[in-house]
Design a protein around this ligand. Structure first.
Ligand SMILES: NC(=O)c1ccc[n+]([C@@H]2O[C@H](COP(=O)([O-])OP(=O)(O)OC[C@H]3O[C@@H](n4cnc5c(N)ncnc54)[C@H](O)[C@@H]3O)[C@@H](O)[C@H]2O)c1
Length: 372
């Protein structure tokens, strides 16, 4: 199938909540090769709202039906974590390309099934690992692959948020979310670390829960949280480099207009480079004997080549997120794999699962290679 502005990729959104409204629908809107042809959500009330806001009349509460719809070529799954697997398998059964939110599933076994189903049907499959698309991350990757940082020795990631201690809804139960901060936040940082430095060999992980979260935002009682609000790991990469990750939603004073604090750095034999989410159009770099200093990301790294998005417009920490849809649609139009794929989602999930095992069993875990 050849797609173009006159024959755009017909995309359905499944899960019309926060992330679809924030990233995915704006991404579809600015891509002339894509059009929104369906919206599915479990809430009829939300569907009625999205019908007006997103100007799409093909709405349904039935995910299987939207996957079977002949007026849909591809789906974006942005529902709670426990529903990703059945919806992705339905999409694969009906031959639809799939972008799915992270974490792809509740555990690596689920994710492996999703990956194999889409791979075996030769569908485009993509994991919505958003931060790979930040301009500073794209430029950091260039510095790594071009050898500018020398031999890569250490990776370090901090993701600190100051979030309310009220209920997280479906996000705070193991059977609907899988895990808390680890699957919600740290998994992104596991993914981009692997993208930058290669696979992990071995890890030691720990998680903790402090907030009971027995009240909803509007003051109703609910069962207590079962998941972590702090997650961490130390690891060795196959390359010999070392990594340290820490994430929490309970870092008081780390609001920063909702973007929180993010710092991810690589120390190489020739220099250090730092990515910060709230400054996505800059990185910090330093050579030995110097202090770290900000450097503007060169214009070719501000957005994907050919994207019509105007990189000078909008809040920088928001607008790069629209590039996920650009990559998904580009992979469909060009008949190639999307990056990051479900394989990348699986690799990160294996690591995240191993953090939980390591903590539960109080031991280091060796990570097996994951076949493609
Ligand atoms: N990539 C990122 O940066 C990023 C950011 C936020 C959320 N997420 C991920 O996106 C997913 C959704 O998160 P959110 O914040 O938008 O959640 P949300 O709760 O705001 O929205 C989820 C929506 O899915 C709907 N839903 C539930 N079950 C359904 C089903 N079976 N079929 C159809 N619709 C169903 C709900 O009614 C709700 O409207 C999660 O997996 C989350 O981890 C990713």
């Amino acid at each position: 199938m050849t797609y173009s502005a006159s024959n755009p990729v017909k995309i359905a959104i499944i899960g019309a909540g926060a992330v679809s409204d924030y990233h995915h629908v704006p991404g579809i809107r600015i891509d002339p090769r894509a059009t929104l042809t369906g919206v599915c959500d479990a809430s009829q009330e939300l569907l009625d709202k999205r019908r007006r806001e997103w100007n799409c009349d093909n709405i349904t509460t039935d995910a299987e039906a939207i996957c079977a719809d002949p007026n849909v070529d591809a789906v974006i799954i942005a529902t709670p974590n426990f529903t990703h697997k059945p919806i992705a398998l339905a999409a694969a059964k009906h031959g639809k390309h799939v972008m799915c939110e992270k974490p792809l599933g509740l555990n690596a076994g689920e994710v492996r099934e999703m990956y194999h189903a889409c791979r075996d049907k030769k569908l485009v499959h993509m994991t919505a690992f958003t931060y790979r698309f930040a301009p500073s991350m794209r430029y950091l990757r260039h510095l790594v692959t071009s050898g500018a940082l020398g031999e890569l020795r250490h990776f370090r990631s901090q993701r600190f948020l100051d979030w309310p201690e009220t209920s997280w809804g479906w996000r705070q139960y193991k059977n609907t979310a899988g895990a808390g901060d680890l699957f919600d936040m740290t998994i992104h940082r596991i993914d981009f670390a692997i993208d930058l430095l290669g696979p992990l060999k071995s890890l030691c992980g720990a998680t903790a829960r402090f907030a009971p979260r027995t009240k909803t935002v509007d003051g109703r009682d609910c069962p207590p949280s079962e998941v972590d609000d702090w997650s961490s790991l130390i690891a060795e990469f196959e390359s010999g480099a070392t990594g340290v990750w820490e994430g929490t939603t309970l870092a008081k004073g780390y609001g920063f207009k909702g973007f929180g604090h993010e710092w991810a750095e690589i120390n190489g034999s020739e220099g250090t480079a730092v990515y910060r989410l709230h400054m996505p159009n800059q990185i910090m770099v330093g050579k030995t004997g110097q202090d770290l200093a900000p450097v503007d990301v060169p214009s070719e790294f501000l957005k994907p080549a050919d994207s019509p998005r105007d990189a000078s417009q909008g809040e920088p920490a928001t607008v790069f997120r629209y590039d996920l849809v650009w990559e998904f649609v580009s992979a469909i139009c060009e008949g190639r794999d999307a990056v990051p794929s479900f394989y990348d989602g699986l690799r990160a999930q294996v690591v995240a699962d191993s953090v939980l095992t390591s903590h539960a069993e109080r031991r280091w875990i060796d990570l097996p290679a994951e076949p493609r």
